[in-house]
Design a protein around this ligand. Structure first.
Ligand SMILES: [Cu+2]
Length: 709
């Protein structure tokens, strides 16, 4: 790659402005006895031009300066972070149409009204790549953090596109062609670097992450780094019109942040339905061996054992869930072919007998479609949720609602053959009888064969005398009494999230008094018949001004809608439709407790940006009238909490049970504007979102407003 060389620049200028100058310089630099004995003062006349004394002195000063700067730059370029930036900058900017054509071209490209499904063919995507050889993918060492640079190109693409010709007949060809086969149904997608899911980013805790997101879509985008707390860089959280302005088509946005924690995190677009079209990928942040409490439990932690489960729609029909895929692949439910038919394309997970593997599972859920995950004939030692380590639980499987993650250790201790990895869909997915499989393939088993039997089979554990144990079940049963019987769950019972125990004690003393905020999840019919989703009986409307950048441009009370501001205006949101820029103000550096009540029957996975919270209460009341008086119920002690000496599980996304509630606690030590929303895309888009403004204006990082031109 081109690098500025002051010494060459000096020679060039010397040769232009001083006749024979470059030759003199070369003569002086050339080694040899003649050169050593040469007196510089002898060279007074060059091609008939007299070089004045002060010019010679000036040239010497310039020469010395250039040599010093050149040496310094050379040293700078030898630093590892610069080497890795160069090696990872694989994409040639000149291959992008808007850079070598012009802005008009970009606009005409848009104004031509090209359909999403057609215009990807114009993109030169041959150079897009994953990060398999990225220097930040390494064994993490204490005190050896790096700067890690990535380019993510978000672009339109196609499932079962023309590049899939060979893949349809030969499974091994799929990877070579970068074919997004999916379930074999052609459909438009939005890819990242030509992949769905996008390329996994792997790095170590405390690395500095620099990501250029290039928007090659024909609509705006942003990227959210789900799980990163952004404690020093609230402007990098990626929520449109909350922490940044959207990245317009043809623009590049540089995200720069510290990987401030470890775990199974992920990145995804926070704009409209783009996450559902495929803009998401794994973000795996590892720890040094000594800092990892579960390091001794497994032998391998490989990126190919990270599984992203996603529910998908076909074409632009965002009303209907059509399939569930595992790492972008899976059986076709339109066909009547049996599960074991070789024409299906399943994700394959390879293991060697006798070893233990850390596996990471994430649900990039779009619909109300929780899933149950298990592996045929295997127990799962569950060690982490949402990137937070828990005391290991040996289970037969677990449930995931959208955006939740579980890590587990799989011991390859069975007969060497192929086994089904089973994903069963519930709620909207159950209505369509959707399920999906991947193949756990032991070394020594036939590589191209599929397991025998159906994917789902029966929900039987390995040991027939023990009933199966599944954790994080979304189907809660109402509490019979208010006393919690912790860790006393029997083996015939599915274990709720609340029973999990973190490896870290809660970060507050037992006498802490919490400031409690009561929040609710509900729906309301708009006058036009549209079903809107609400938090605190307010449907969120995206502001025009980005809240973080433009906060000097508006007055909080006039711009924000929240329960108190609407009440002050005499609005009764229980009776009328309330919509607005829903911002809930919370004080910074306080112990905060949020009681979230769900007035609806479906579960809502609630995600909080900027924080990892502890789950200290969760249950079902089963009566909507009770939920309306949740504050009163709480006053009467009907909403029990875990005690402060219990290491409550830490999460960033939690399911609020249907007609139930959760109680979350955190220390509000991260001032900023943090999105708080349901992770079911249809619900978010229809208003189930709010923003927590934590801290006053003087406590929140100042971010200059974007200067338009
Ligand atoms: Cu929801």
């Amino acid at each position: 790659m081109f690098r500025f060389r002051p010494i060459l620049a000096f020679m060039l200028l010397n040769s232009i402005f001083v006749p024979g100058g470059a030759q003199n310089l070369l003569d002086r630099l050339r080694p040899g006895p003649a050169n050593l004995t040469r007196n510089v003062d002898d060279i007074k006349v060059v091609a008939g031009t007299k070089v004045k004394r002060y010019e010679r002195i000036w040239h010497r000063i310039c020469l010395i300066w250039c040599l010093v700067v050149d040496f310094a730059l050379a040293q700078q370029n030898l630093k590892p972070e610069n080497l890795e930036q160069e090696s990872s900058a694989k994409i040639d900017w000149l291959t992008f149409p808007w850079s070598h054509r012009n802005k008009t071209n970009k606009e005409s490209h848009l104004s031509a009204g090209l359909q999403l499904k057609d215009d990807y063919g114009q993109v030169d995507i041959s150079s897009f790549s994953g990060f398999e050889r990225h220097p930040c993918r390494r064994v993490c060492q204490q005190g050896q953090s790096q700067s890690c640079y990535y380019q993510l190109v978000v672009h339109n693409y196609r499932r079962l596109g023309p590049e899939c010709q060979r893949c349809q007949f030969d499974e091994r060809a799929c990877a070579d062609e970068r074919c997004i086969y999916g379930d074999g149904v052609a459909s438009p997608v939005m890819a990242v670097n030509r992949m769905v899911p996008g390329p996994a980013i792997e790095l170590c805790e405390n690395d500095t992450v620099v990501v250029d997101v290039l928007n090659y879509l024909n609509e705006p985008t942003t990227m959210h780094w789900h799980g990163i707390q952004m404690s020093r860089s609230p402007e990098m959280d990626g929520v449109p019109h909350v922490t940044q302005y959207p990245v317009e088509p043809g623009e590049v946005f540089r995200y720069e942040f510290l990987a401030d924690r470890s775990g199974s995190l992920w990145y995804h677009s926070h704009m409209g339905w783009q996450r559902g079209f495929g803009v998401a990928g794994n973000l795996i942040v590892r720890q040094p061996h000594l800092a990892n409490p579960h390091a001794r439990l497994y032998d391998y932690d490989l990126v190919e054992h990270a599984l992203m489960v996603q529910d998908i729609f076909y074409d632009y029909d965002i009303q209907q869930v059509r399939n569930i895929l595992i790492n972008g692949k899976g059986r076709n439910h339109l066909s009547q072919l049996p599960d074991q038919d070789a024409r299906h394309r399943y994700e394959r997970v390879r293991v060697t007998p006798g070893y233990r593997y850390r596996m990471r599972v994430l649900l990039n859920g779009i619909f109300n479609c929780p899933v149950e995950f298990s592996i045929e004939q295997h127990k799962l030692l569950i060690i982490s949720t949402d990137g937070n380590d828990i005391e290991p639980v040996l289970a037969d499987g677990f449930f995931l609602t959208s955006a939740e993650r579980f890590d587990f250790v799989l011991e390859a201790n069975q007969y060497a053959k192929n086994y089904w990895v089973r994903v069963r869909g519930y709620e909207q997915c159950a209505d369509r009888k959707l399920y999906q499989g991947a193949v756990l393939s032991y070394r020594g088993a036939a590589r191209s064969e599929l397991p025998q039997g159906d994917i789902l089979g029966s929900r039987q554990p390995r040991d027939q005398d023990e009933p199966p144990l599944f954790i994080n079940d979304f189907r809660f049963k109402p509490l019979k009494n208010s006393s919690l019987t912790l860790r006393q769950f029997s083996k015939d019972q599915d274990v709720g999230t609340l029973s999990l125990r973190s490896v870290e004690p809660v970060p507050w003393p037992s006498y802490t008094k919490f400031l409690t905020y009561y929040s609710s999840l509900s729906t309301r019919q708009a006058p036009n018949g549209e079903l809107l989703f609400q938090i605190d009986e307010i449907s969120y409307i995206t502001p025009g001004i980005s809240l973080l950048q433009g906060r000097h441009l508006y007055k909080d009370d006039g711009y924000y809608s929240n329960r108190s501001s609407l009440a002050a205006q005499g609005r009764n949101c229980a009776r009328e439709l309330c919509e607005g820029v829903h911002v809930i103000r919370l004080p910074a550096y306080r112990a905060i407790e949020m009681v979230v009540a769900n007035h609806m029957e479906p579960t809502h996975p609630i995600h909080l940006h900027g924080y990892t919270f502890r789950l200290v209460g969760q249950g079902v009341l089963g009566n909507q009238n009770d939920l309306k008086n949740i504050r009163e119920l709480d006053r009467r002690g009907r909403l029990p909490r875990l005690s402060n000496d219990y290491a409550a599980v830490a999460k960033d996304t939690v399911q609020v049970p249907g007609l139930g509630y959760v109680i979350l606690r955190f220390i509000s030590d991260n001032p900023g504007f943090w999105s708080y929303h349901c992770h079911i895309e249809a619900h978010t888009v229809q208003g189930m979102m709010a923003v927590l403004k934590v801290g006053g204006d003087n406590q929140i990082k100042r971010i200059p407003a974007r200067v338009g031109c």
